[in-house]
Ligand binder design. Structure first.
Ligand code: SAH
Length: 272
């Protein structure tokens, strides 16, 4: 059952009895493919009472939530505002205080650009029991689903996960951190700032021909992979208009991408 935010007051109004406090599980929903949920996440979802979920959680994952559970959508569309973070924090506290066990379901991993840390601290400060269940983060899911290794002994000795969206919009990349060529850079939330990211990386000496993959809807049935270069990134985005969620993967490892290999096809035929 999906619950509108406006109906929450009624749900949270005490009915005369002091309820026993519930707990909150911050659960990673992975990048979309339901088979990438952890066993623990799936077990928790199957017995969920209340699920507070984000825009990034896929329909396939939500389909695992029992009909009887209350589902509260607190998601933000890019450029729009859902509930503010402080309101989400308060909602989790109020639900737990009203005696409910809550699954806080977040795309990918709760602790990677998911503001899971803020929610955990707020719950701890309110004295509410909280457990974190990791999920497969978008970088790892998208890499696997496109056949692009994130590290490789020949060309990528390290991996950096970077937010492509600064506090006030345009990201200010750490020049020293992004300059070295033998690393893979993965930008989350970077689509709308791709021109700036490309210009900053080239200004730091990254070769204009460095390959870039834009992975849209990674691990989902409508996944799309666009291959370009740092120099061509802005134009590819303008022409192909990839939509959210999309990840930018920058580095020599992108050369391992082979459109003809259809990564994921084996998983589809291995239905056992
Ligand atoms: N906690 C999440 C990240 C949240 S930030 C995680 O660990 O994956 C949101 C950004 O993640 C999106 O803007 C996009 O850049 C990326 N993202 C999440 N899911 C994705 C997917 N299925 N395909 C491509 N990018 C994705």
């Amino acid at each position: 059952m999906t619950l509108a935010i406006e109906s929450l007051d009624k749900l949270l109004t005490p009915q005369g009895v002091v309820p026993q406090q519930g707990a909150v599980w911050l659960v990673g929903a992975g990048p979309g493919d339901v088979e990438l949920l952890t066993v623990k996440a799936l077990r928790l979802l199957h017995c969920a009472e209340v699920v507070v979920y984000d825009r990034l959680v896929s329909e396939a994952v939500m389909a695992e939530v029992p009909e009887s559970a209350l589902c509260i959508d607190v998601g933000k569309q890019p450029g729009q505002h859902g509930l503010k973070q402080a309101q989400i924090n308060q909602l989790l506290i109020d639900l737990a205080c009203s005696g409910r066990d809550v699954i806080r379901l977040k795309g990918g991993d709760p602790f990677i650009f998911g503001r899971g840390g803020e929610e955990m601290v707020s719950l701890q400060q309110a004295g509410i029991r909280c457990e974190v269940v990791p999920g497969i983060t978008a970088a790892v899911g998208c890499a696997a689903a496109s056949g692009i290794p994130l590290t490789h002994r020949d060309c990528a000795q390290s991996l950096r996960l970077i937010t492509g969206h600064g506090r006030s919009g345009e990201p200010q990349l750490d020049a020293a951190a992004v300059a070295a060529g033998n690393q893979t850079l993965v930008f989350y939330m970077g689509l709308s700032w791709s021109a700036s990211i490309s210009a900053q990386l080239q200004a730091q000496g990254r070769d204009a021909e460095t390959p870039v993959a834009i992975i849209e809807n990674g691990t989902r049935p409508d996944q799309r992979v666009l291959i370009t270069t740092l120099a061509g990134l802005a134009q590819t985005v303008a022409q192909e208009k990839p939509v959210s969620p999309s990840l930018l993967l920058v580095g020599e490892v992108v050369r391992y991408y082979r459109a003809d290999l259809q990564v994921g096809a084996l998983a589809r035929v291995a239905a056992c």
